[in-house]
Each structure stands twice: as C-alpha cells, then as structure tokens.
Design a protein around this ligand. Sequence first.
Ligand SMILES: [Zn+2]
Length: 63
Amino acid sequence: MREDSSASAVQDSSQENELGVVICKSCNEVIYTLPTNGFTKIAGVCGKAECQETSSRSGGRPV
Ligand SMILES: [Zn+2]
C-alpha cells in the first residue's frame, strides 16, 4: 500500500529548495544538491578515482 510519495519519502534535513542535483556522469551517483529555483540536473564527476580517471582520459569534455 503506497501513499503519495511526495509526502515523506525523503527525510527533511532542514534544507529546502534543493532541486538542483549534481550527478556523476560516470557512475550516475548524486554528488550533491544545490538550492536552485527549479529542478536542474548537472553533470559532474564524483570523488571516486575511477570516475576522475574516466573523465580525464576522455579529454574532460562531455559531449
Ligand atoms: Zn562517480
């Protein structure tokens, strides 16, 4: 039985309007969130060595 997932699926950690997410383009993990005006997805690279290697190997320029 599911209720409306907008209610309490995510714990409120005293931050609001965190609609911008920076996602690792290598492993697709959410690196951090940003307080933005609307939902925004930003491609980044997380701290994992494998991900940083991948991004620098390809020239660091996402297509
Ligand atoms: Zn990553």
